[in-house]
Design a protein around this ligand. Structure first.
Ligand code: ZN
Length: 332
């Protein structure tokens, strides 16, 4: 208790109040009330009630003085600002928050739908070999999509993928079935940009390989997908089609979500909207990747992400997605 006895607390308080009323308020607070101040050290050493009351009284009065002085200084600062012509009551500049691009939102939504059905999400490379993009997918040597007028070749053997289907091949080469995968991503084609064409756009590839699955599984999967994207009342239908890597091949339509199938401008008064191609994995494709087509069955489909965004949000022009006009993108 030597330190307690050695200090004249009345004098300490007077000195502190004087310092607090000056301009260096924070310095004064640290010196007289801080953790290393004589007051704080003395308080830690207190053993009797009388000393405790004395010191706590000093502490409470000094703290009240600091608070009062803080208010006083703040008021003075505001007055000074007002005198200098700064109006501190003007609202600040609002900070606008960024958001995910509409296509990213839809892509993630699609990933969630398939994750919910037990699928694995893949992220395949955009530069692939000619073999992966065409040969392994059963595409004829003379098929027009192989033309340099339609496809961006990097050299004789590699190209910017024209479809996400090479990921099917990669999946079957590197995994042992059963395989349930979706692969969303960018694809590239030599197209002149207009309202419905773009040299790059996004697709979602889906592949299921298992034993004992049927066309009914394909239909059920696609129906579930569209119902989650466009609403629970949607119906789907299949029309026969042709793709090199599926046999049989089908096109999927979904009932128009704008007119509920009664007919409108968006569905060209048919009540149905074309969504994309699908089919049964061709036995030749299975043989190419070393799977026995008598042992395994599978289906695959690929749908465009931009098309889903345009349909769902009534966007008439594909170019809106990459012109990055925040007045449009900010609406989603
Ligand atoms: Zn319609």
């Amino acid at each position: 208790m030597d330190s307690l006895a050695a200090v004249d607390w009345a004098a300490y308080e007077q000195q502190a109040l004087s310092a607090i009323s000056g301009d260096a308020l924070e310095d004064a607070r640290v010196k007289y009330l801080g953790r290393k101040s004589e007051l704080a050290q003395a308080l830690r050493g207190v053993r009797d009630k009388e000393s405790g009351m004395l010191l706590n009284g000093v502490k409470a009065r000094l703290e009240a003085a600091v608070t009062a002085r803080e208010h006083q200084l703040e008021l003075a600062a505001r007055r000074a600002a007002a005198d200098s012509g700064v109006d501190v009551t003007i609202p600040g500049t609002p900070v606008t928050r960024g958001r995910l691009h509409l296509l990213t939102q839809i892509r993630r939504e699609i990933e969630d739908i398939f994750l919910g059905m037990g699928y694995e999400v893949w992220d395949g490379p955009e530069v692939v070999t000619v073999w992966e993009n065409f040969d392994a997918l059963n595409t004829d040597q003379g098929h027009p999509s192989r033309s340099k007028l339609d496809t961006f070749y990097l050299d004789d053997d590699t190209l910017l993928r024209t479809q996400t289907s090479p990921d099917q091949i990669k999946a079957m080469l590197t995994r042992t079935p059963p395989i349930y995968m979706v692969s969303p991503g960018r694809v590239y084609r030599r197209d002149t940009p207009d309202a419905t064409h773009s040299p790059t756009f996004q697709q979602v590839e889906c592949l299921a390989v298992d034993r004992g699955i049927t066309l009914a599984d394909l239909r059920g999967t696609v129906q579930q997908y569209f119902r989650q994207l466009f609403g629970p009342d949607r119906d789907v239908r299949m029309r026969t089609s042709f793709f090199p890597f599926t046999e049989p091949s089908v096109e999927f339509d979904v009932t128009c979500f704008l007119c509920d199938g009664r007919g409108c401008a968006v569905c060209k008064h048919s009540g149905w909207i074309e969504m994309g191609g699908a089919g049964w994995v061709d036995p030749d494709v299975f043989r190419t990747v070393g799977l026995d087509p008598d042992d395994w069955q599978g289906f695959a489909f690929g749908f465009g992400i931009e098309r889903i965004a345009m349909l769902r949000h009534g966007l008439p022009d594909l170019r809106a997605f990459w012109e990055n006009d925040v007045r449009i993108l900010g609406q989603f």
